[in-house]
Design a protein around this ligand. Structure first.
Ligand code: UDX
Length: 433
C-alpha cells in the first residue's frame, strides 16, 4: 500500500521504516528541512537499536522516501498517518496545536478519499475535532478519521512495531477499517477494532496503568525498606501470579522519559476536564516523586555533607538502550548532587552527547568508562538500568574508589556479592548490605 507519515520524529520515523520493511511504499514528511536533509543523507537523528539498518535497507530499496512537502505526502498516500508531537502545557493538558495545523494543511491539499490516521498520543475526542477541522476547510472531500495509537517503547521500538502485542484500530467506517486491516495484514498481531474515542482512551489508560504498576511496587519498596523485607523477592512473589505478571514491577528511583510523566499528567487533566478527576493517578505521580527524594536522603545520610564529595553517577538516559534524557530521573539526580556542591563524574553508554548540551554539563566531568568515572570517588550511584553496569569488575571499582559506597537506584546488583566484596551497598527497598 502507499502510506504517508506526517511527522518524522521517534514514532513517525520508526513506524514508517517498519511499514516499508513489510513491503509498503512509504513517504515520510517533516517540516524540519534539516531533519529531512539528514535522513536523505542516510543519517538517523536518534539512537534506536536496529533503526539505522532498517532505514538504510528500505531507502535503498526505494520503499522509504522523505520530503518536506505535505502536499506531496497527502497526494501520495491512500492512508495518511499523523505522528506529530503533542507536548504538555504547563497545567499538564496536551498542546494540540501541531495536530490542528496538520489537519488544516491536509484539508488544504486533499483532493480524493483518504484515511487520516492519528498515531500521536491525544486526548479522547481529538479524532472528532480533526474530522471537524478537515470538514470545515475541505467540505467537498470524503475522508475517514481513524485512531491508531502507538505502544512502542524506546530502546526496543523496532521490535515492538514488528511484533506488537496488539493493533488498535479506532474507526467508524467499514471502508477505513478494511484499509487499516490492509496496512497491518503483514504483521502477525491481534487486531482490536473499536470506536475512535475508545482507541484514544486505550493509549492513555495503558500508559497510566504501567506507571501505576511502577509506583505500586515503589510504594511497596518503601515498606520493604523499613520492615526489613526485600522488594525484589516481593516483586518475584506477586509477579508469579499470572493475573499480575512480573513486568513493570521493577522498583527504582522512578519512571521518566518523554511518555509516562506527560501522559499521566494529560490523563489527569482530561479526567478533570470531563468532571471525573482521576485522583489515583495523582498518587502515582506523588510516589514517583518520593522515590528520588528518598534515594537522595540515603546518599546524604551516608556521606553526611555532599559539598566537595566526589560522586560517580552511572547512567544519564531515562532508561537503558536509549540516548534519550528527556525527563530523565538520572539527570534530576545529577542536577541535585551538583547543586549541593558535589563533584560529579558521569558515564552513560549512549546518552553522554545529549547530556553535554544541558546547563549542568559544564559542572560535570564526563568519563569514558564506568571504571574511569569511579576514580577517587566517595560513592558510586547507579541511576539507569543499563545491564552492562552489573558486569563491571567491582573489585577494580573498589580499588579505584576512595570509599566503597554503592547506591543502586535500579536494583541492578546483588547485595550479598557487593557486601562480600567489601562495599556498603544500598539498593531500593532492600535495606543496607
Ligand atoms: C512507554 C510505554 O512502555 C510504551 O508502551 C509507550 O508507547 C510509550 O511509553 P517508554 O517511555 O519508551 O515507553 O519506556 P518504558 O520502557 O515504558 O519505561 C518508562 C520508564 O519507567 C523508564 O524511566 C523506566 O526506567 C521506568 N520503569 C520501567 C521502572 O522504573 N520500572 C519498571 O518496572 C519499568
Amino acid at each position: 500500500m502507499k502510506l504517508t507519515i506526517i511527522g518524522s520524529g521517534y514514532v513517525g520515523l520508526t513506524t514508517g521504516a517498519c511499514f516499508a520493511e513489510v513491503g509498503h511504499e512509504v513517504l515520510c514528511v517533516d517540516n524540519n528541512q534539516q531533519k529531512i536533509d539528514r535522513l536523505l543523507r542516510g543519517e538517523i537523528p536518534i539512537y534506536e537499536p536496529g533503526l539505522d539498518e532498517l532505514v538504510k535497507r528500505n531507502t535503498e530499496a526505494g520503499r522509504l522516501r522523505f520530503t518536506t512537502s505535505t502536499a506531496e505526502g497527502v497526494d501520495f498516500g491512500e492512508v495518511v498517518f499523523i505522528a506529530v508531537p503533542t507536548p504538555p502545557q504547563p497545567d499538564g493538558s496536551v498542546d494540540l496545536r501541531f495536530i490542528e495545523k496538520v489537519a488544516r494543511e491536509i484539508a488544504q491539499v486533499v483532493t480524493s478519499y483518504k484515511v487520516i490516521v492519528d498515531k500521536s498520543t491525544v486526548p479522547v475526542n481529538t479524532g472528532e475535532k480533526v474530522a471537524d477541522t478537515i470538514r470545515r476547510y475541505a467540505p467537498e472531500v470524503t475522508f475517514d478519521v481513524v485512531s491508531n495509537p502507538e505502544f512502542l517503547r524506546e530502546g526496543c521500538a523496532v521490535d515492538d512495531l514488528m511484533k506488537p502485542d496488539r493493533i488498535v484500530i479506532g474507526a467508524n467506517s467499514e471502508k477505513a477499517i478494511a484499509l487499516m486491516r490492509g496496512v497491518y495484514a503483514p504483521f502477525d498481531a491481534p487486531v482490536l477494532v473499536t470506536d475512535i474515542n475508545s482507541a484514544e482512551l486505550i493509549k492513555h489508560a495503558a500508559n497510566s496503568f504501567l506507571a501505576l504498576k511502577i509506583s505500586y511496587i515503589n510504594a511497596v519498596s518503601q515498606i520493604c525498606e523499613i520492615s526489613g523485607a526485600d522488594v525484589e523477592m516481593v516483586a518475584a512473589g506477586i509477579g508469579m501470579d499470572r493475573r499480575i505478571g512480573r513486568n513493570f514491577l521493577n522498583a527504582g528511583i522512578g519512571y521518566g522519559g518523554s511518555c509516562f510523566p506527560k501522559d499521566i499528567a494529560a490523563f489527569i487533566a482530561i479526567s478533570e476536564q470531563l468532571g471525573v478527576p482521576f485522583h489515583l493517578l495523582k498518587e502515582v505521580q506523588a510516589v514517583n516523586r518520593q522515590m528520588l527524594q528518598r534515594f537522595l536522603k540515603h546518599i546524604r545520610d551516608a556521606l553526611w555533607v555532599l559539598e566537595d564529595k566526589r560522586i560517580a553517577v552511572w547512567g544519564l538516559a531515562f532508561k537503558n538502550n536509549t540516548d534519550d534524557i528527556r525527563s530523565s530521573v538520572a539527570i534530576e539526580l545529577v542536577e541535585t548532587l551538583v547543586k549541593e556542591g558535589a563533584h560529579v563524574t558521569v558515564y552513560d553508554p549512549k546518552a553522554m552527547e545529549n547530556a553535554r548540551h544541558l546547563e549542568v554539563a559544564e559542572r560535570l566531568i564526563f568519563a569514558n568508562s564506568p571504571l574511569e568515572a569511579v576514580d577517587e570517588a566517595e560513592a558510586v550511584v547507579i541511576a539507569t538500568e543499563w545491564p552492562e553496569f552489573a558486569a563491571v569488575d567491582f573489585a577494580a571499582v573498589k580499588a579505584r574508589m576512595r570509599s566503597p559506597l554503592v547506591f543502586d537506584g535500579r536494583n541492578l546488583l546483588d547485595p550479598a556479592r557487593m557486601a562480600e566484596l567489601g562495599f556498603m551497598y544500598r539498593g531500593i527497598g532492600r535495606g543496607v548490605s
